[in-house]
Design a protein around this ligand. Sequence first.
Ligand code: AMP
Ligand code: GLY
Length: 439
Amino acid sequence: MNFSKLIPWNIYLKKGVVLLMNILVVGSGGREHALSWKLSQSPKVNKVFTAPGNGGTQNNISIESDDIDGLADFARNNDCFTVVGPEAPLAAGIVDKFNKMNLKIFGPTKKAAQLESSKIWAKNFMKRNEIPTARFEVFDDPKKAKEFVSSINYNVVVKADGLAAGKGVIVCNSTDEAIAAIDTILVKKTFGDAGNQIIIEERIDGIEASFIALSDGNIAIPMASSQDHKRIFDGDTGPNTGGMGAYSPTPVINNTLAKTIQEKIIDKTINAMKSEGFPFQGFLYAGIMIRDGQPYVLEYNVRMGDPECQPIIMRMDFDLYEYLKAGVEGTLSSMPAPNWKEQSAVCVVLASDGYPDSYPKSEEISGLDLTLENTIVFHAGTKIHDGKIISNGGRVLGVTALGNSLQSAISNAYSATEGIQWPHKYFRTDIGKKGLSYL
Ligand code: AMP
Ligand code: GLY
């Protein structure tokens, strides 16, 4: 008798007792490479698939991250526990679909993902739940919006309501700039339907940091703090990008402030989402502005940050899969507090020159075979062509290094970037520097 026919091929036994899981990571960026790298180290994980993945991820499946039906079929046929990287499939309801099919998936439902997919929904949620955020007004009529900005005596930020690939936010220095921003979003419709409504909110001048927590819908466990570098040029100048580098932990968030953020923002959000009927399971990311020692939520994301994920993951001294599993099962409260490496981690993003506008693609990248202790090169916009790694996006690689101090992690990351070359390589030279001034 052939016993293998009785046992599904995708159930694996370790030491005869432990059931090993397959994992499906959805997405193709540096964040997804970091997630699949970490999850593949779990003794409870058999194989990690990435869909569609990039030139650095293993076991790539050619299903795009918006093909929810295709992903569901793959996860069912391969008995996968699924982890979703980017926001778009979450906003489109991938978790609702998987839940209906009884497939295990870590991430928020479509309703819970409104925290990111509708800025207006998120602002009203914060207002009714007294979660600290900038005061704001909502408009769909450009005339009324312009009258409003002409009537106030503080600087504003104009935001498109919907998802606009991180570009729908215009920080204004004057009334004229605010009027131009209103035209861009509401009249010229530069961001399409995402700009049918706008938020005009008070500009808060302070220090920005990222605070990410992992929630099972009932409680949230904080991840290590981090700080992103969103602008394209050194000194935080030039246009906004997806993020040009990040480091963890950030001295900008000390223990006292971390406790305040956890209580006044994260716990309040998780409790309110539950009591309003949209329990939030997944990574909850609060983009924070700190002014006069007090945190304000600039935005929520319903996923890990990219590139924040890369240095945070490098510092995890625990089995991430165990926590994601507890997140799905609603048992986070029975998990021990996760251990973090004392070391700092820095991720320097190597981009294609021209990003965030247009940039060349398909350039061969050399020097990727380097092996440095404590350094991992996470791929983002890369792919394999004729056996070679070529550039395939704006943010191409995230060189991520540990160090015994922030300064040494910075030095380790930058020295690792030196050997990696392609014709239009571009990077910021000051990742982590702003953290040094707070030490
Ligand atoms: P968002 O996508 O909402 O995080 O906005 C993108 C960037 O705009 C943030 O990372 C901040 O640098 C800036 N920003 C957003 N809202 C505000 C605000 N109320 N005050 C100051 N800067 C802001
Ligand atoms: N790094 C910012 C973000 O992931 O939205």
